[in-house]
Design a protein around this ligand. Sequence first.
Ligand code: GLN
Length: 590
Amino acid sequence: MTNHRRYIYVTGGVTSSLGKGIACASIGMMLKNSGIKVTILKLDPYLNVDPGTMSPLEHGEVFVTSDGCETDLDLGHYERFLNQDLTALSNVTAGQVYKQLISLERRGDNFLGQTVQVVPHFVSALASRIRQLAEESDAEVVIVEVGGTVGDMEAEPFIEAIRWMRENEGIQNSFCLHLTLVPFLDATSELKTKPTQHSVRQLRGLGIHPDAILCRLNAPVGSDDEMAALKQKLSLHCGVSEPGIIYLPTLPHNNVYAVPAWLEQQGLISVIAEHLGFPGASPEIPPVWRALSEHSSLQVRVADDKADGETQESVNGLESVRIGMVGKYTRLHDSYLSVVEALRHSSVRLGVKVDIIWVPADLLESEEASEHLSGVQGIIVPGGFDVRGSEGMIRAARFARERSVPYFGLCLGLQTMIIEFARHVAGIEGATSREFDPFAEDAVIDLMDDQREVAESGGTMRLGDYACSIEPGTIAYESYAAAGDRSEVRPILVHERHRHRYEYNNSYRDVLEPRGLISSGMNPNLGLVEIAEIEDHPFMLGSQFHPEFRSRPERPHPLFDAFLQRANEFETEGMQRRLMSQSFSGVDSL
Ligand code: GLN
């Protein structure tokens, strides 16, 4: 049991989207790599109980923890950076806490007839949630990210909860880092400190004096003299000692994996560690992190965007593996954040570059699949909901199957792969999902039995970890075995994260399996097919779970590794032509 628990609070000022989640994850990682037991929590001031019911376009990806909580995508960063599983305790929303308070109030015996108020009840309930995580994790340091921006009306009770915590847990056991923007003004060619000064004043007005300020710059760091003068000025106006003023510019290629090392070089980690009583903490950076932070292994563009010079070059460059991502929410790349990160992790392991080309699924409904996919070496159909774009995904699956292009279906992508197979290989013309057509006769994808009575949308899907037994002799088995779990004849048992309501309808297995649709992963308790793959294809595989949630830099996911490997080996017709002309020009130049 930890006696002196320490807390790091990270607040944000001036504007949102400055990368508070990455800053928290980076600090957590560096403390953990110094041998300190760390956990982390995100406070979200919105009224939704969780982001599960929000559109990915509104809120980015919904991340799922192993215990089945639908959370903010920052938890994905935390897990990837800390290389540590988190639970439902790590994401607290205003909605959750209000819901809990109101149900206690309705029971009638909890508040002794008092008026239930934001102060003290809501604020102390927030503090209890922070303490609960601290106790259950038994961490030495608990990092608390406060969502939103200081000055937002809805963030105020959250700041107040932190003020309470700081006073009750001992101010010496707490460190407050305020993240702000120091904008560069083109007109005068200078970095401006005023927004930071105002934001710190606002925070102090709420009773919190920051111990350090992390200044995000929208420009490269200036000369040493210029930056030293700026530090002096910020220190003077904000009442924070100079070593506690840290700059964070946007790092080359926007590479978030370079942030931990940057913060360490700038001295932030030692300032925090010393303040909290861990002097001399010296974090080790694992080699794979150096590789991830030193080069940009991945580029992203949208199919109908005009490629600029740089991306054009990378598209034509032979060293990049081109992956077409056919999804519904392609406009906001954060919607599939964990998929992109999983590809990045595998790309570093395999030593290749990845060029992701987003193809909006509905584009494939009106235009030929080949128009957008003929240049790609692999296709991913990620998760999604509702019928929109589904016919485009089915076309993408057909294209992949008929042309032997590696295909990887994630949840919805497994379902569309099965529908395509049922329609065009097994001749079940009307094959579809109950989600797309509630009255379908041939619902090869159907609502799970335990979902039939579910009336509410929030938190009611099949969520979190379920066991999956991988059949020997399949591509799935080879992929997992290559990652180290080789038992040759016995099935491999894995646990993977889920978020869905529909499943492969077992009553069609008798028809589809003899035609070449292999059920390569099964849930041993429920008899559900969790992985399916298509026979005699280099890699056409779909999983009902989301493997992307378990990929880490230190532990890329075996299925992503295998998919990317096959995609790297796949040569499109255009590539073969280019390869030939290159070798001729090579001969010419000799
Ligand atoms: N909409 C599908 C289902 O609920 C797939 C969900 C997903 O891709 N996460 O089963």
